[in-house]
Design a protein around this ligand. Structure first.
Ligand SMILES: Cc1cc2nc3c(=O)[nH]c(=O)nc-3n(C[C@H](O)[C@H](O)[C@H](O)COP(=O)(O)OP(=O)(O)OC[C@H]3O[C@@H](n4cnc5c(N)ncnc54)[C@H](O)[C@@H]3O)c2cc1C
Length: 514
């Protein structure tokens, strides 16, 4: 099959997906009042829309600033590209049941019902492809003393392939997982391309139900809530880290190059595109090219139940394999030509050491009270020396892993042209890596903690443990912003959990029993 066949199939798939998405409610069908208004159909909003509309007696409106998903978002390899589109913008036993409630887990070797379930809306699986370099990295990590683990199971520290939210080689977003199956529920209304400008609060009663939500859509002015909770999304910020997951061998009927030196560092090729478009398989089903991760606790390296400080994210291919990655990392042509061009014909892979429990905290501030003004974001990376020390240990761990026989057998060597800003330091020294860290750091968007959950005595807390905004009635924040301390993990999965638990809290508080 040709690329053209694949493109036609992709468009057809996209059309099918589009038809499964909840339609916008026509203006004349809009109600004057809703029991629940959900602002934002992101990860948390989709879960809440599904769970609250389970009660047919409740009316639910979702207002989303963005547009519909499109078929290009299905392709796992393009995950990094979405940020350049408009799209981007220890309470363990209580939360474990909600993590399980989210997932339909199909990683064959870790089917442990204590930690995983198959009943949830969100498919979690391996990507249907892995490169040879992934095998070598897994082996080298174990040669370096790390255990192979299910990092979403009993033990987080160790090495693993990535577990990803994906079904049959197609990305599964919150909307795909939670909204498509219930898109015809009559009590669930959706409005896209509508931006909530303000939540109006009665100054006397402090209730958000007095006037409700005002949006940029002309027909939504002064929409009111009857007596339900209003759930608000808010901007989030805190620190860095990222997550992705695991994969099995490709299905045997798909042809692939078996040459030992072919490391498939060029993921986006015509052949791979054909394979993905026609079969949803091959290297382009690898999410963002990320294949293997390591979670490591430097303080207790031998503790199987360690609390990791660093994550290493191994990516097949590198800055030279894909022109978008240069843009991703803000690398200028001048630096590219000097540092990376010399290896553009080599087989390469890349590793990100990621700080999981940063001591440095950023802040976000509003410039004014217009919803149109972008907020001021101060990341404040590496304000705390300990964060820099941890990254340096992470770099050393990468070098130890790459010096193991499994990777040495492939001739692995560190690319040793220094970046110009740090060329006065001895290449490979602590000074060099510290310097490079300051110049070559980026976020992977795990912002959280701006509407922190906390006790009434905590002056920095915005919501109480039932996610109600302090000082305001009928207003909850249920999303990644309520996370009080960034977890030693990626944030999407905890956000699903928060939304599932938040939905149950609302149901309990409003006397609904399923
Ligand atoms: C590029 C990128 C890659 C990422 N990759 C990963 C990953 O691989 N793994 C992982 O675990 N996490 C990842 N994350 C983080 C993860 O996406 C977030 O933690 C998660 O989406 C947070 O969910 P949320 O519901 O709090 O917010 P969001 O999912 O951001 O949802 C907020 C929604 O509200 C809408 N909205 C905002 N303001 C308004 C308004 N005024 N009116 C109406 N609608 C509004 C937005 O359009 C959006 O749809 C990534 C994030 C980014 C940006």
């Amino acid at each position: 099959q040709s690329i053209l066949d694949g493109v036609i199939k992709l468009v057809q798939d996209g059309d099918t997906q589009f038809s499964m998405e909840p339609r916008d409610v026509p203006d004349d069908k809009m109600k004057k009042e809703y029991d629940f208004i959900i602002v934002g159909a992101g990860t948390a909003g989709c879960v809440l829309a599904n769970r609250l509309s389970e009660n047919p007696a409740w009316s639910v409106l979702v207002i989303e600033a963005g547009r519909s998903e499109n078929f290009l978002m299905d392709m796992p390899i393009l995950a990094n590209y979405l940020q350049f589109t408009e799209t981007n913008w220890r309470s363990y036993k209580d939360v474990l049941p909600y993590f399980k409630k989210v997932e339909n887990f199909s990683v064959p070797e870790y089917q442990d019902p204590r930690y995983h379930s198959n009943d949830g809306y969100l498919s979690v699986s391996y990507a249907p492809y892995k490169t040879k370099i992934a095998d070598a990295i897994l082996e080298a990590s174990q040669q370096n003393g790390l255990n192979l683990v299910d990092y979403n199971g009993p033990t987080q520290t160790g090495v693993s392939r990535l577990q990803v939210s994906m079904r049959d080689g197609v990305r599964e977003s919150a909307s795909r997982g939670y909204l498509h199956p219930i898109s015809r529920r009559p009590n669930l209304h959706m409005k896209k391309y509508s931006m909530v400008q303000k939540i109006l609060i009665d100054p006397k009663t402090k209730k958000s139900l007095w006037s409700g939500v005002r949006t940029s859509g002309t027909n939504l002015q002064d929409l009111s809530q009857k007596g339900g909770d209003c759930i608000r999304w808010s901007y989030q910020l805190a620190s860095t880290s990222h997550a992705k997951r695991n994969w099995p061998q490709e299905t045997p009927d798909i042809p692939r190059d078996t040459s030992a030196q072919q490391l498939e560092s060029r993921l986006i090729t015509n052949e791979n595109l054909k394979l993905y478009l026609n079969h949803h398989k091959g290297p382009m089903s690898v999410p963002g090219g990320c294949e293997v991760l390591v979670f490591h606790d430097f303080s207790n390296p031998n503790d199987v139940d360690g609390y990791p400080e660093i994550e290493l994210l191994f990516q097949g291919g590198s800055i030279v394999s894909d022109p978008i990655l240069r843009k991703d990392f803000g690398i200028t042509d001048k630096i590219y030509d000097r540092v990376y061009k010399p290896i553009q014909d080599a087989e390469t892979f890349m590793v990100f050491p990621m700080l999981l429990r940063p001591k440095s905290k950023g802040r976000i501030m509003l410039k004014d009270n217009s919803y149109k003004t972008k907020p001021m974001i101060y990341p404040n990376y590496f304000a705390h020396q300990q964060d820099m020390d941890t990254i340096l240990k992470g770099v050393r761990l990468v070098l130890n892993i790459t010096s193991q026989p499994a990777l040495q057998a492939l001739g692995t060597k560190l690319h040793d042209i220094p970046i110009p800003q740090c060329s006065d330091k001895a290449f490979g020294s602590d000074d060099y890596f510290n310097c490079m860290t300051r110049y070559f750091t980026f976020t992977i968007y795990h912002h959280s903690g701006t509407c922190k959950m906390g006790a009434p005595t905590d002056k920095t807390a915005v919501v109480d443990p039932r996610l109600r905004v302090y000082g305001v009635k009928n207003l909850r924040v249920i999303d990644a912003s309520i996370i009080p301390e960034i977890p030693a993990a990626h944030t999407n999965s905890p956000t699903f959990m928060i939304a599932e638990k938040g939905a149950d809290m609302i149901k309990e508080d409003w006397g609904y029993r399923n």
